[in-house]
Design a binder for this molecule. Structure first.
Ligand code: GLC
Length: 613
């Protein structure tokens, strides 16, 4: 690797290699050491990394150095994420650049743009079926627009996060096209079986992501002479990470994107990277080794870059994605259990499962954090909560299925949403719908109902913002945007109710966001206040200590952040009382509280010790 670098970069590269190469070599030898000419392959990989190191723009290399010197830079309470589809937020990449002032108004420092690379024509799972990782989707802009956008964002103090869909490619990606014409090397990038024997054996223990519209995990492809592994939609072909060529190609692909200025990669569907017969082929040890190897590569070539794991898995499987002090993996991981449990708490008006999730959330290694969120582009998956929902000895499935029905509007609910991929009324299917509609705003008829819905929406945001994580807002939620039903008229989307929560930014709400009178403005102004208070309190940093206060009533969640900060959140429709020790100031409204405090339905307090106002 050093040989391909220019003289002036060698001392720095030599230092990073000394720190990370032994780990990388060990991981790759574990995964691929049994392959013929492993050493030759590894040499080729390192040379390709060297070329990408040399090609890294000077500005990004400077960023790498600054961040390597302060590896916990992203744990500050001043970090705030925002997530949007390019087409819905700005129309195209240049339109997103035009919205930078809006992001700055909220204090956003991290922008996750959902897939914007060239996607399969026709159905493409919202861009999650990628045809080319090296080209921007033409309808969204050009590669030059991307470089320009990353530069403008960086100048505004905002890191661009891009999905890196490393588990699968579209069936019209160059590798798939070559494989279909009989190219053996391209075919080896995928998992292909001549008949049903192996697929049937695997299926015995595999789950299903889209059981209704994409049943099974294999698709029969005549041009491939057999069955191709496709965990998600049939046009998303899983990559074969047992083939070292896949690893080398994908590592280089990620670094090429990093060299265009992408600072954070959302590693999509990481749980599925390695398959093993007799298991559900999720969270396998090799999947973690692959991620750790990618981390070592980033630490060598682009240490300013962050890796974020998207693994929607049970709470106990989550921490592994953040590695440990001596086995670094991703920097950030979605806390999908916390998110789902906060909605479950609303539906039950009780916090027992939410508390269980928090108790099951361990301390993290240094320079790693959870990602907290209220909603995202996907469904709220209930199954990640099986352990917590059954912790009281009850029927976890029945409990989660009730939540699923609640958010589909049944059970006397205020929510307007849809069960995802639901055929079985007793199963705990995921829930779709915008945060505002699920919180009751769409169904609200009276001012009082609107007020309660708004409180619920703020409450969930309050938890995400105060938990101690990197919080990410989902576009539209800041303006309390409701469900979007237009997908029902688009044939390529009509069968996938996740489009309910993927609206185009409502310009009218956006324009009137300063007027607290309207629905959008009311949410926006209240949220801005939370964001502002959060920035001021380092007790709310991702790595500041967090303690669950066990003496709160079941309808309420009480979290201490260090010695001087407490959040009280009422998840129920009844007033809840909590006995404070000493005097506290409500950071949101300046009120002074002392002794017993009663929270109105769905109300929240962010309290700082003492009378500081
Ligand atoms: C992730 C995405 C989801 C997509 C899937 C397949 O879970 O968040 O939207 O359908 O991966 O790429």
């Amino acid at each position: 690797m050093l040989a391909v670098l220019p003289e002036e970069l060698r001392p720095q590269a030599a230092r990073r290699l000394a720190a990370n190469e032994p780990v990388l070599r060990r991981l790759l030898a574990g995964l691929y050491g049994g392959q013929a000419d492993f050493e030759g392959w590894l040499g080729g990989l390192m040379a390709s990394l060297g070329a990408l190191y040399a090609a890294r723009p000077a500005e990004l290399r400077a960023l790498d150095e600054r961040r390597a010197a302060q590896p916990d830079w992203f744990l500050s309470q001043r970090m705030l994420g925002y997530c949007a589809y390019v087409q819905n937020f700005g129309g195209d990449l240049n339109g997103v650049a035009a919205r930078i002032p809006y992001l700055q108004e909220m204090g956003v420092s991290y922008l996750h743009l959902l897939p914007f690379l060239r996607a399969r024509a026709g159905e493409n799972d919202g861009g999650f079926a990628v045809s080319s990782f090296d080209d921007v989707e033409p309808s969204l802009g050009t590669n030059a627009d991307l470089v320009s956008l990353t530069g403008q964002l960086r100048a505004a103090g905002i890191s661009l996060c891009s999905d890196f869909i490393l588990n699968h490619v579209a069936d019209d990606h160059a590798w798939a096209i070559a494989a279909k014409t009989g190219d053996a090397a391209a075919r080896a990038m995928f998992l292909v079986y001549p008949d049903r024997e192996m697929p049937d054996r695997y299926e015995r223990t595999l789950g299903q992501v889209f059981p209704q519209v994409a049943p099974g995990n294999f698709v029969q492809v005549d041009a491939m002479g057999g069955w191709v592994w496709s965990t998600f939609y049939p046009y998303q072909w899983d990559l074969n990470y047992a083939n070292p060529a896949v690893f080398a190609e994908m590592a280089a692909t990620m670094l090429r994107l990093a060299n265009r200025g992408i600072e954070v990669f959302r590693l999509d569907s990481t749980a599925f990277l390695w398959k093993r017969e007799g298991t559900n082929s999720m969270n396998q040890p090799e999947a973690h080794q692959i991620l750790q190897a990618l981390r070592a590569i980033v630490d060598i070539v682009a240490p300013g870059v962050l890796l974020k794991a998207e693994a929607i898995v049970p709470t106990k499987e989550l921490p592994a994605y953040l590695g440990s002090a001596d086995a670094r993996e991703c920097h950030i991981a979605y806390h999908s259990s916390l998110m789902a449990a906060s909605w479950l708490a609303l539906s039950e008006q009780g916090t027992s499962a939410l508390r269980e999730v928090i108790r099951n959330t361990p301390e993290l290694p240094p320079a790693a954090t959870w990602l907290s969120y209220v909603r995202c582009h996907d469904d709220i998956g209930w199954n990640v909560l099986r352990a917590e929902a059954g912790a009281d000895g009850g029927d976890a499935n029945a409990r989660l299925a009730r939540a699923s029905r609640f958010f589909a509007g049944a059970e006397g609910s205020y929510a307007v949403g849809a069960a995802f991929q639901s055929t079985d009324p007793n199963a705990a299917h995921g829930s779709n719908g915008s945060a505002a509609s699920l919180a009751g705003l769409e169904a609200a008829n009276t001012e009082q109902e609107r007020e309660l819905a708004m409180r619920r929406l703020l409450l969930l945001h309050g938890l995400a913002l105060s938990f101690g994580a990197l919080p990410v807002l989902y576009m539209g939620d800041e303006l309390a945007m409701e469900n979007d039903y237009s997908y029902l008229h688009r044939p390529q989307h009509a069968m996938d109710s996740r489009w309910l929560q993927r609206p185009v930014l409502d310009r009218a709400r956006w324009k009137s966001r300063d007027y607290a009178g309207g629905g959008g403005g009311r949410m926006y102004q209240s949220l801005l206040r939370l964001l502002q208070v959060r920035r001021q309190h380092d007790a709310l940093a991702a790595n500041a200590p967090r303690t669950l206060l066990a003496d709160a009533p079941d309808g309420m969640l009480a979290l201490a952040r260090g010695e001087r900060f407490v959040t009280l959140m009422n998840f129920s429709g009844q007033p809840q009382t909590y006995a404070l020790q000493g005097q506290w100031t409500d950071c949101l409204d300046g009120g002074i509280l002392d002794g017993a405090v009663t929270l109105e339905p769905y109300a929240m307090h962010w309290l700082e010790r003492g009378a500081t106002a």
